[in-house]
Design a protein around this ligand. Structure first.
Ligand code: PLP
Length: 423
């Protein structure tokens, strides 16, 4: 754990079994994608209740490669994929990396997720897929999204990067759409240090993804996609051509290595324990959060869902007599590490300026981009640490309540004409 923070944002569980597997892999000289990756994929698929899981290098690649399968299903470069305006920028980047145009839809204030009432309006003749994000582990409205997708014949790829362990109407998040894309980055619930994984029940999609992660390679048998055996691949030569070196599609180089898979297997063995600790931390804070209304708000858990305990979002409301910066500075000075709650990709991330969206088009996402924070709930934090977070929020609010009149006038959600994207 970090020395600087009492409540650091993330942690990393590298178990003793993972260390043994890593030592063995190093001794055997078998470190590139192989048997451990294959086992990790099988166990992850089992955990998520799907038939296939394909491990890749990052969560961003999980999004990208899942989207890139659309080319095998008739999509053309430049076709459209609908995504929420608020997410970590990787969601929008992945759409571009896969060769498509992101079409952004604003989010809902209470759930932080795509506003399904606006989703249908964004569908055009070129729309090929919807990629909802379960931001902060809060499940997006998948019933409505699947219904719309069915009516318009669209693929649904869940960006479940932050949603390990989330459930929605008794279904595991990441297994509801045609594919789910998870990040396995260090701060996430299951981690391989860096890494990502795609889940699906569609064997053909899984095979395309295995090809995509290996440069678009033709042969996708175990020997060719994983170095799991030294055996000769009998399927290798067809009509005089070496299928290992024929590339029927534009691919990526995005394999997971054995050392990362070993860390992931160690995490999977601890999964129930990690999940239960993180959920206890999250719920401890969420259940008391009403104490900070109306100045601070967060998400709530509905009876049909379980939020995947990724982090706690904290939104400085328009009624607050203080800014996000005031709150973040106070928390950081008191040992609580903070992250912003991302930004409106189309209007606050300059990389998407080429799409010509205008600031003000995504008022809710933009509001979160200016006023949202999130803090950690990871497995190395204890109830005491969560109590400390609540206490510090209380101290901060009381301090501002006392001096409210002198500190600042009530702020409003208006967008100033001279406000620039990225500000
Ligand atoms: C919603 C979302 N999508 C995609 C990603 C990308 O994952 P990675 O950092 O593993 O590339 C992240 C990262 O945390 C994320 O939060």
């Amino acid at each position: 754990m970090s020395q600087k923070f009492r409540v650091p944002f993330g942690t990393m569980s590298i178990t003793s079994s993972a260390k043994e597997m890593i030592a063995q892999a190093l001794d055997d000289g078998k470190v590139t994608s192989g048997g451990l990756v294959g086992t990790f994929e099988k166990e992850f698929a089992k955990l998520m209740g799907v038939s296939h899981a394909v491990a890749v290098s990052t969560g961003t690649d999980a999004d990208t490669l899942a989207l890139a399968t659309l080319h095998d299903r008739g999509a053309r470069r430049g076709d459209e994929v609908i995504v929420p305006a608020l997410s970590f920028v990787a969601t929008g980047n992945a759409v571009v990396h896969a060769g498509f145009t992101p079409v952004f839809v604003d989010i809902e204030y209470d759930t932080l997720n795509i506003n399904v009432h606006r989703l249908e309006l964004a569908i055009t003749e070129r729309t090929r897929a919807i990629m909802p994000v379960h931001l902060m582990g809060k499940p997006a409205a998948m019933n409505e999204i699947m219904d719309i997708a069915k009516r318009y014949n669209l693929m649904v790829i869940e960006d479940a990067a932050e949603a390990h362990g989330a459930t929605y109407h008794d279904r595991i998040v990441g297994s509801i759409g045609h594919m789910g894309a998870f990040s396995l980055y260090a701060a996430h619930i299951i981690s391989t240090i860096e890494g990502g994984i795609i889940t699906t029940n569609d064997a053909e999609l899984a095979e395309i993804i295995r090809s995509l992660r290996a440069h678009g390679r033709g042969c996708v048998c175990q020997q060719c996609v994983l170095s799991s055996s030294q055996d000769y691949c009998a399927k290798r030569f067809r009509n005089g051509m070496d299928t290992r070196f024929t590339f029927p599609r534009i691919g990526y180089s995005s394999k997971m290595n054995e050392l990362e898979a070993a860390v992931g297997l160690g995490n999977l063995a601890q999964y129930e324990n990690i999940l239960q600790k993180r959920r206890a931390n999250l719920l401890h804070v969420l259940q008391r959060f009403h104490e900070f209304h109306p100045y601070l708000t967060t998400i709530t858990e509905a009876d049909y869902e379980q939020i995947g305990p990724h982090a706690i979002p904290i939104i400085v409301s328009e009624k607050a007599p203080f800014s996000r910066e005031d709150l973040a500075t106070f928390l950081e000075h008191h040992g609580i590490e903070t992250r912003t709650l991302f930004m409106s990709m189309p209007t606050q991330c300059p990389g998407f300026a080429y799409l010509n969206y205008k600031l003000g088009q995504f008022p809710v996402a933009e509001f979160m981009g200016r006023n949202g924070l999130h803090i950690g709930v990871h497995q190395d934090l204890k109830t005491d640490d969560m109590e400390y977070v609540l206490e510090m929020l209380d101290v901060f609010i009381k301090k501002h309540n006392r001096t409210k009149e002198e500190i600042a006038p009530v702020r409003r959600v208006t967008v100033l004409p001279d406000e620039q994207p990225g500000s």
